[in-house]
Ligand binder design. Structure first.
Ligand code: AR6
Length: 181
Protein backbone atom coordinates (compact mmCIF):
# COMPACT_ATOMS: atom_id res chain seq x y z
CA UNK A 1 0.00 0.00 0.00
CA UNK A 2 1.21 3.48 -0.76
CA UNK A 3 0.23 6.87 -2.02
CA UNK A 4 -0.62 7.06 -5.70
CA UNK A 5 0.62 9.91 -7.89
CA UNK A 6 -2.16 12.48 -8.33
CA UNK A 7 -2.34 14.19 -11.72
CA UNK A 8 -4.69 17.02 -12.72
CA UNK A 9 -6.02 16.86 -16.28
CA UNK A 10 -8.35 19.35 -17.94
CA UNK A 11 -10.65 17.64 -20.44
CA UNK A 12 -13.14 14.88 -21.14
CA UNK A 13 -13.03 11.85 -18.87
CA UNK A 14 -14.29 9.50 -21.60
CA UNK A 15 -11.00 9.70 -23.52
CA UNK A 16 -8.64 9.14 -20.59
CA UNK A 17 -6.18 6.26 -21.09
CA UNK A 18 -6.59 4.78 -17.61
CA UNK A 19 -7.67 1.36 -16.35
CA UNK A 20 -10.83 2.68 -14.69
CA UNK A 21 -12.95 5.79 -15.05
CA UNK A 22 -15.34 6.87 -12.32
CA UNK A 23 -18.87 7.88 -13.27
CA UNK A 24 -20.94 10.36 -11.24
CA UNK A 25 -24.12 8.29 -11.41
CA UNK A 26 -27.52 8.25 -9.67
CA UNK A 27 -28.88 5.65 -7.22
CA UNK A 28 -30.74 3.80 -9.96
CA UNK A 29 -27.65 3.60 -12.20
CA UNK A 30 -30.12 4.54 -14.89
CA UNK A 31 -27.96 6.94 -16.87
CA UNK A 32 -28.59 10.67 -17.04
CA UNK A 33 -27.00 13.94 -18.10
CA UNK A 34 -23.59 15.47 -17.38
CA UNK A 35 -20.64 13.13 -17.13
CA UNK A 36 -23.00 10.14 -16.77
CA UNK A 37 -24.56 10.90 -20.17
CA UNK A 38 -21.13 11.40 -21.77
CA UNK A 39 -19.84 8.07 -20.39
CA UNK A 40 -22.95 6.19 -21.52
CA UNK A 41 -22.72 7.63 -25.03
CA UNK A 42 -19.01 6.95 -25.38
CA UNK A 43 -19.10 3.44 -23.87
CA UNK A 44 -22.15 2.36 -25.86
CA UNK A 45 -25.47 3.22 -24.28
CA UNK A 46 -27.29 -0.09 -24.83
CA UNK A 47 -24.54 -2.32 -23.45
CA UNK A 48 -23.75 -0.07 -20.51
CA UNK A 49 -27.40 0.34 -19.63
CA UNK A 50 -27.85 -3.44 -19.51
CA UNK A 51 -24.74 -3.89 -17.36
CA UNK A 52 -25.92 -1.17 -14.96
CA UNK A 53 -29.41 -2.67 -14.71
CA UNK A 54 -27.88 -5.94 -13.50
CA UNK A 55 -26.24 -4.18 -10.52
CA UNK A 56 -29.49 -3.35 -8.71
CA UNK A 57 -28.76 0.31 -7.98
CA UNK A 58 -26.14 1.89 -5.73
CA UNK A 59 -26.60 3.92 -2.53
CA UNK A 60 -24.97 7.36 -2.19
CA UNK A 61 -21.34 7.03 -1.12
CA UNK A 62 -20.94 3.52 -2.54
CA UNK A 63 -19.41 2.39 -5.87
CA UNK A 64 -20.00 -0.49 -8.30
CA UNK A 65 -18.17 -1.53 -11.46
CA UNK A 66 -19.11 -2.47 -15.00
CA UNK A 67 -16.93 -3.10 -18.03
CA UNK A 68 -15.84 -0.02 -19.96
CA UNK A 69 -17.15 -1.38 -23.26
CA UNK A 70 -16.04 1.07 -25.98
CA UNK A 71 -14.10 3.38 -23.68
CA UNK A 72 -10.30 3.24 -23.61
CA UNK A 73 -10.76 2.32 -19.92
CA UNK A 74 -11.32 -1.32 -19.09
CA UNK A 75 -13.79 -0.57 -16.28
CA UNK A 76 -16.30 2.06 -15.27
CA UNK A 77 -16.78 2.55 -11.56
CA UNK A 78 -20.19 4.06 -10.89
CA UNK A 79 -20.43 6.05 -7.70
CA UNK A 80 -23.31 8.13 -6.38
CA UNK A 81 -22.59 11.50 -4.86
CA UNK A 82 -24.70 13.35 -2.29
CA UNK A 83 -27.40 15.75 -3.38
CA UNK A 84 -26.38 19.07 -1.78
CA UNK A 85 -28.93 20.08 0.85
CA UNK A 86 -27.06 22.86 2.61
CA UNK A 87 -24.10 20.88 3.93
CA UNK A 88 -25.60 19.74 7.24
CA UNK A 89 -26.93 16.41 6.02
CA UNK A 90 -23.71 14.42 5.90
CA UNK A 91 -22.88 15.53 2.36
CA UNK A 92 -19.16 15.80 3.07
CA UNK A 93 -18.89 12.28 4.47
CA UNK A 94 -20.89 10.81 1.57
CA UNK A 95 -18.67 12.59 -0.96
CA UNK A 96 -15.48 11.42 0.78
CA UNK A 97 -16.90 7.90 0.77
CA UNK A 98 -17.43 8.10 -3.03
CA UNK A 99 -13.68 8.67 -3.48
CA UNK A 100 -12.65 5.99 -0.96
CA UNK A 101 -15.07 3.33 -2.23
CA UNK A 102 -14.12 4.00 -5.86
CA UNK A 103 -10.45 3.49 -4.98
CA UNK A 104 -11.30 0.28 -3.13
CA UNK A 105 -13.33 -1.11 -6.04
CA UNK A 106 -10.55 -0.18 -8.49
CA UNK A 107 -8.05 -2.04 -6.34
CA UNK A 108 -10.26 -5.12 -6.13
CA UNK A 109 -10.38 -5.13 -9.93
CA UNK A 110 -6.60 -4.89 -10.16
CA UNK A 111 -6.60 -1.43 -11.78
CA UNK A 112 -3.39 0.56 -11.60
CA UNK A 113 -4.81 3.90 -12.75
CA UNK A 114 -8.12 5.66 -12.23
CA UNK A 115 -9.74 8.91 -13.40
CA UNK A 116 -12.27 10.86 -11.34
CA UNK A 117 -14.69 13.58 -12.46
CA UNK A 118 -15.71 16.31 -9.99
CA UNK A 119 -18.38 14.12 -8.37
CA UNK A 120 -21.61 15.88 -7.28
CA UNK A 121 -20.59 19.35 -8.53
CA UNK A 122 -23.04 19.48 -11.45
CA UNK A 123 -26.67 18.38 -11.17
CA UNK A 124 -26.22 17.48 -7.48
CA UNK A 125 -25.17 21.04 -6.61
CA UNK A 126 -22.19 20.48 -4.31
CA UNK A 127 -20.27 23.78 -4.05
CA UNK A 128 -17.21 23.28 -6.24
CA UNK A 129 -14.58 24.70 -3.88
CA UNK A 130 -15.70 22.49 -1.01
CA UNK A 131 -16.03 19.48 -3.30
CA UNK A 132 -12.45 19.97 -4.53
CA UNK A 133 -11.23 20.12 -0.91
CA UNK A 134 -12.99 16.85 -0.11
CA UNK A 135 -11.65 15.19 -3.28
CA UNK A 136 -8.03 16.23 -2.76
CA UNK A 137 -8.11 15.77 1.03
CA UNK A 138 -9.55 12.27 0.74
CA UNK A 139 -7.25 11.14 -2.05
CA UNK A 140 -4.14 12.44 -0.26
CA UNK A 141 -4.98 10.55 2.91
CA UNK A 142 -6.19 7.21 1.52
CA UNK A 143 -3.58 4.50 1.13
CA UNK A 144 -3.93 2.48 -2.06
CA UNK A 145 -2.18 0.03 -4.37
CA UNK A 146 -3.01 2.23 -7.38
CA UNK A 147 -0.16 4.00 -9.14
CA UNK A 148 -1.95 6.97 -10.67
CA UNK A 149 -5.06 8.97 -9.90
CA UNK A 150 -6.24 11.50 -12.48
CA UNK A 151 -8.46 14.32 -11.36
CA UNK A 152 -10.26 15.23 -14.57
CA UNK A 153 -11.53 18.80 -14.56
CA UNK A 154 -14.08 19.69 -17.22
CA UNK A 155 -13.21 23.38 -16.98
CA UNK A 156 -10.25 25.57 -16.17
CA UNK A 157 -11.57 26.79 -12.82
CA UNK A 158 -11.87 23.23 -11.52
CA UNK A 159 -8.36 22.36 -12.73
CA UNK A 160 -6.95 25.48 -11.04
CA UNK A 161 -8.71 24.58 -7.80
CA UNK A 162 -7.21 21.09 -7.76
CA UNK A 163 -3.74 22.40 -8.59
CA UNK A 164 -3.89 25.00 -5.85
CA UNK A 165 -5.06 22.45 -3.27
CA UNK A 166 -2.37 19.96 -4.28
CA UNK A 167 0.37 22.56 -4.11
CA UNK A 168 -0.81 23.78 -0.76
CA UNK A 169 -1.12 20.35 0.84
CA UNK A 170 2.20 18.61 1.34
CA UNK A 171 1.78 14.85 1.34
CA UNK A 172 1.23 13.51 4.83
CA UNK A 173 4.01 11.26 6.11
CA UNK A 174 3.60 7.52 5.55
CA UNK A 175 1.89 5.74 8.42
CA UNK A 176 4.59 4.97 10.95
CA UNK A 177 6.85 7.91 10.17
CA UNK A 178 9.28 8.48 7.31
CA UNK A 179 8.37 12.07 6.40
CA UNK A 180 9.17 13.32 2.93
CA UNK A 181 8.38 10.18 0.97
N1 AR6 B 1 -15.71 14.71 -18.51
C1 AR6 B 1 -15.35 15.18 -17.28
N2 AR6 B 1 -16.17 15.88 -16.47
C2 AR6 B 1 -17.40 16.15 -16.96
C3 AR6 B 1 -17.86 15.71 -18.22
C4 AR6 B 1 -16.95 14.95 -19.00
N3 AR6 B 1 -17.27 14.48 -20.22
N4 AR6 B 1 -19.14 16.13 -18.38
C5 AR6 B 1 -19.47 16.83 -17.29
N5 AR6 B 1 -18.43 16.85 -16.41
P1 AR6 B 1 -22.68 15.92 -13.13
P2 AR6 B 1 -23.38 15.09 -10.38
C6 AR6 B 1 -18.36 17.47 -15.07
O1 AR6 B 1 -23.90 16.76 -13.21
O2 AR6 B 1 -23.38 16.51 -9.92
C7 AR6 B 1 -26.51 12.85 -13.85
O3 AR6 B 1 -27.70 13.10 -14.53
C8 AR6 B 1 -19.29 18.62 -14.79
O4 AR6 B 1 -18.76 19.82 -15.31
O5 AR6 B 1 -22.31 15.09 -14.29
O6 AR6 B 1 -22.70 14.07 -9.54
C9 AR6 B 1 -26.53 11.54 -13.07
O7 AR6 B 1 -27.31 10.56 -13.70
C10 AR6 B 1 -19.31 18.62 -13.27
O8 AR6 B 1 -18.22 19.37 -12.78
O9 AR6 B 1 -22.74 14.90 -11.85
C11 AR6 B 1 -27.10 11.95 -11.75
O10 AR6 B 1 -28.51 11.97 -11.77
C12 AR6 B 1 -19.07 17.16 -12.90
O11 AR6 B 1 -18.72 16.50 -14.12
C13 AR6 B 1 -26.58 13.35 -11.56
O12 AR6 B 1 -26.33 13.86 -12.87
C14 AR6 B 1 -20.23 16.45 -12.26
O13 AR6 B 1 -21.47 16.90 -12.80
C15 AR6 B 1 -25.28 13.36 -10.80
O14 AR6 B 1 -24.90 14.69 -10.57
Amino acid sequence: MGRPRIVVVEGDITVQPVDAVVNAANEHLAGGGGVDGAIHRAAGAAELHAACAALGGCPPGDAKATPGFRLPARWIIHTVGPRWRGGGRGEREVLASCYRRSLAVAEELGARSIAFPAIATGAYGYPPEEAAEVAVGTLLTTLSRLEEIRLVAFDRATADRYRRLLTRSPRPPEAGGQPGR
